[in-house]
Design a protein around this ligand. Structure first.
Ligand SMILES: O=P(O)(O)OC[C@H](O)CO
Length: 233
């Protein structure tokens, strides 16, 4: 196979693997629910933990981190096909796009943090430690335990960490892509008019802020993660 064909295959394969909706499949098979209609609506491990069961967190997270996130970056890298940093970056972002806008879920999906985590490990464990340090400290050592805020700060800083630690321009571009995808995914995470009607006290600016920074429509995390379809109607 020529390098061009391998590059296209790795990027397309990354999008398709990223699209496999592990959290959705577990929700359907184990609890008979559409996880997109419960809690945060996120097709990810933490939403399954609340609405299906904690024991499903590990298998979903392992699949999303290692198969969706790490594998495409690893296969594109020196150890396997050696297609270069540009291909690894685009493959990592394609996997995240697949997870967030899955072809198997009519372009709905998750937020991409687990997939991003796996890809960052693929670029280098020290980069992962730099990226995860702020959310880790916020969560474990301060009263500000909102992981959504921590991951947003971490992801906005990722391009700087990548350049500072010598990972090169393409890994910094991966960081910019990750940050843009996170902001787009969060701010477009649900119907805009519907949310403004459902939560009367919200202004459009506040809704956008809540979504981008806290990854939810309303201030209360507890109410948001325990949201169920019957309570929305
Ligand atoms: O960002 P996602 O879609 O990978 O989901 C994140 C997991 O639920 C862990 O919080």
């Amino acid at each position: 196979m020529s390098d061009a064909v391998s590059t296209i295959a790795v990027i397309a394969g990354a999008y398709l693997i990223g699209s496999v909706p592990s959290a959705y499949v577990i929700g359907r098979l184990v609890a008979g629910i559409d996880i997109r209609k419960y809690g945060s609506g996120n097709v990810g491990a933490s939403n399954v933990s609340v609405h299906v069961g904690k024991k499903w967190v590990a298998p979903i997270a392992l699949f999303d981190v290692f198969v969706k996130g790490l594998l495409p970056v690893y296969i594109g890298g020196e150890a396997v096909l050696d297609l270069g940093a540009a291909t690894q970056t685009i493959a990592g972002l394609a996997a995240m796009c697949g997870h967030n806008w899955s072809i198997f879920l009519l372009f709905s999906g998750g937020r991409g943090i687990s997939v991003g985590l796996g890809s960052i490990v693929g670029f280098g464990v020290p980069l992962f430690i730099l990226w995860a340090a702020i959310p880790g400290i916020l969560f474990s050592l301060t009263p500000w335990r909102d992981s959504a805020v921590g991951w947003l700060i971490a992801t906005l800083l990722l391009p700087i960490w990548a350049l500072w630690a010598g990972y090169g321009l393409w890994v910094a571009i991966y960081g910019i892509g990750f940050a843009l995808i996170t902001i787009i995914r969060r701010t477009t995470s649900g119907g805009f008019k519907e949310s403004l009607l459902s939560y009367g006290e919200l202004t459009p600016a506040r809704l956008i802020w809540n979504r981008m920074v806290f990854d939810r429509d309303i201030a209360s995390r507890d109410l948001w993660v325990h949201n169920r379809p019957s309570e929305n109607t």
